[in-house]
Design a protein around this ligand. Sequence first.
Ligand SMILES: CC(C)(COP(=O)(O)OP(=O)(O)OC[C@H]1O[C@@H](n2cnc3c(N)ncnc32)[C@H](O)[C@@H]1OP(=O)(O)O)[C@@H](O)C(=O)NCCC(=O)NCCS
Length: 168
Amino acid sequence: MIRAALIEDSRSIAEAHVASWKHTYVGQLPDEYLAGLSVPEGEVAWRESFANEGHRIFLAEDVGLVGGFVSFGPSRDEDSAPKATGEIYAIYLRAEYQGRGLGAELWQRAVDELTADGFSETTVWVLDTNALARNFYEGRGCTLDGKSKQARIGGKEIVELRYRLKLK
Ligand SMILES: CC(C)(COP(=O)(O)OP(=O)(O)OC[C@H]1O[C@@H](n2cnc3c(N)ncnc32)[C@H](O)[C@@H]1OP(=O)(O)O)[C@@H](O)C(=O)NCCC(=O)NCCS
């Protein structure tokens, strides 16, 4: 079942997020960093995110367990047209819920909501090494827009790429 998340779901979102990160980023981010990911800290951050204007989260829920989620809202990038560009901030499924069509459903829900909110396009940032997610975004019609950024995560230099999708 896909439903809008409530602030009370912050703990479950953090649990699914940490579990998915630990699985997804093995070999892409340092082991020590992944081992140190904290559900309580994540819960605080997700709880606070409910105060951000326009930020929304939808959950894929399976008899009380959050299998994954998508979060989205206005673009946070300085080069984006205000009110025109949305952003998918995060889309994460627990490993055991991947490959069953849930990601596609969550993605579509986010796209529908952003379209209904009047955004004419959306972006999504992805780690350049995350081939599974890049395939997924390309399968949804997203294309690289040429923008990239470097960051340091757990002491490792990483590169993120930006995909863009026109909304109808
Ligand atoms: C990326 C993710 C959200 C996709 O969701 P999903 O439920 O696994 O994907 P779906 O079952 O909805 O499949 C959607 C498409 O991806 C393809 N796909 C799914 N899993 C795949 C895999 N392991 N390898 C290759 N293709 C795959 C499917 O074939 C399908 O293609 P189609 O639409 O052309 O038929 C999910 O796999 C995930 O959470 N991955 C780990 C976290 C992550 O990397 N998030 C993105 C961070 S930027």
